[in-house]
Write a protein that binds this ligand. Structure first.
Ligand code: CKP
Ligand code: MG
Length: 312
């Protein structure tokens, strides 16, 4: 595998019309989960990626596994839990600028992932291990699972990528901050959004935040600043890489995962850091043009068509 990731994917119901969800009677069914969105993004860009997870022994669990497998992601470490259900969530689109998600995931099969799911051999052969801040929020055993995977990655010099993905609905502010900072300090590449970095460190300003994260041990920090693009920071350089403007944002959920997929795909293809950040920005931008969390994730050809620039 080029990359291995770990996390919960849920069945996603989206009302067929916009507005307050209490008035909507019909929904479309899809899927969403930060780590599998990321994995699908990489697979569409031609990379080998594995997703570690757990689903219920139910119809949604079966649908989920075949969907992620069908997208070209390795699911050999997705286990089935006979006594817990696959999680579900709803996405209410009041307006395109006002989107809320409602989780029905507490006690889900994925929240019962435990360290025995982590196989040293599977992780040690990868170039990158990708962790998001959602997984350790799901339960104590998920927290331990993530740390076991990082221990193995560190032992075998597999680079750890961390996307903080702050989800305030899943845990208390204090616990979130404590665990996320701990994970930042165990990672090689950190990919926060600007508001996530502000939340974790209580400071303001990309420069201050980017440098602070470097001092915790990361080699590379990419700080996403929404439609403006993303900064990257290394020990001796930092710069803002602008994004391509999207005319009409339809649904921004999943853009961060798209960014991560595009960025890591750039590194895997041997692009420079700057070019990889630009690919991340373009991938995230394309995702916002489509309804759904993963639907817009582009192939290489679609990326080229979007940027009309062979360098991306
Ligand atoms: O940070 P993003 O908007 O890229 O993440 C979206 C995903 O995993 C979404 O698919 C959802 O299932 C989740 O984040 C979550 O648990 O909130
Ligand atoms: Mg995110």
């Amino acid at each position: 595998m080029d990359v291995v990731t770990i996390g919960e994917t849920m069945v996603l119901f989206t009302p067929i019309t916009n507005g307050p969800m209490r008035y909507v009677g019909q929904f479309t069914r899809s899927f969403g989960g930060s780590e599998s969105n990321f994995a699908i993004g990489l697979a569409r860009l031609g990379h080998k990626v594995g997703w570690i997870s757990r689903v219920g022994d139910d119809e949604f669990g079966r649908a989920l596994i075949s969907f992620v497998r069908g997208e070209g992601v390795d699911v050999s470490y997705v286990s089935v839990d006979e006594s817990a259900q696959t999680g579900v969530f709803f996405k209410e689109i009041k307006t395109e600028q006002n989107i809320s998600v409602y989780y029905y995931r507490s006690g889900s099969a994925a929240s019962r992932m435990s360290p025995d799911l982590i196989d040293e051999d599977y992780i040690k052969k990868a170039r990158y291990l990708h962790i998001s801040g959602i997984t350790p929020a799901l339960s104590d055993s998920c927290y331990e699972t993530v740390h076991k995977a990082i221990d193995i990655a560190k032992k075998h010099k597999v680079q750890v990528i961390f996307d903080p993905n702050v989800r305030r609905k899943l845990w208390s502010e204090e616990r979130a901050r404590e665990v996320l900072i701990e994970l930042v300090s165990r990672s090689d590449i950190v990919l926060p959004g600007i508001t996530e970095a502000e939340f974790m460190f209580g400071d303001k300003g990309p420069e201050l935040l980017g440098k602070k994260i470097l001092t915790l041990g990361a080699k590379l920090v990419v700080l996403k600043v929404g439609a403006k693009g993303a900064y990257y920071f290394t020990d001796d350089h930092h710069e803002l890489v602008p994004s391509i403007k999207v005319q009409h944002v339809v649904d921004p959920v999943g853009a961060g995962d798209g960014f991560a997929a595009g960025f890591i795909s750039g590194l895997l293809d041997g692009l420079t850091t700057r070019e990889s950040v630009a690919r991340g920005c373009a991938t995230g931008a394309i995702v916002t043009m489509y309804r759904g969390d993963f639907e817009g994730l582009p192939t290489k050809q679609e990326l080229l068509d979007f940027t009309s620039d062979k360098a991306v």
